[in-house]
Ligand binder design. Sequence first.
Ligand code: ZN
Length: 117
Amino acid sequence: MHELQIATNIISIVEEEIRKAGKTEDIEFVYFIAGKMRAIIPESLQFSFDVMKRDKPYLEDAELKISEIPIKIRCKNCKAEHTLNEPVFRCETCSSPEIEIISGDELYIDSIEFSDT
Ligand SMILES: [Zn+2]
């Protein structure tokens, strides 16, 4: 399962951050950015995170906040930009298939909030 692997990565990165920051407070929120291109199911990632965090010190009460970034394309032909609701990789203005993806490919932890802040 794709989401389980991502949840595992998130938790190890967060643990590394706790170590580096030398913090002893619990984590309250983990803000995660997921581009729509990555086809993450937020509920599934949330569930995996909640299962994995249970036996982790500092993470028991942590909540994963997922922000999804829409897919945006720019047409190489007419330079128009469009936000896609479905993965149809073609310019809506001139119908050219010559497009570049300008967002929607993200997959990273944006920030971590400790319970003292
Ligand atoms: Zn175009």
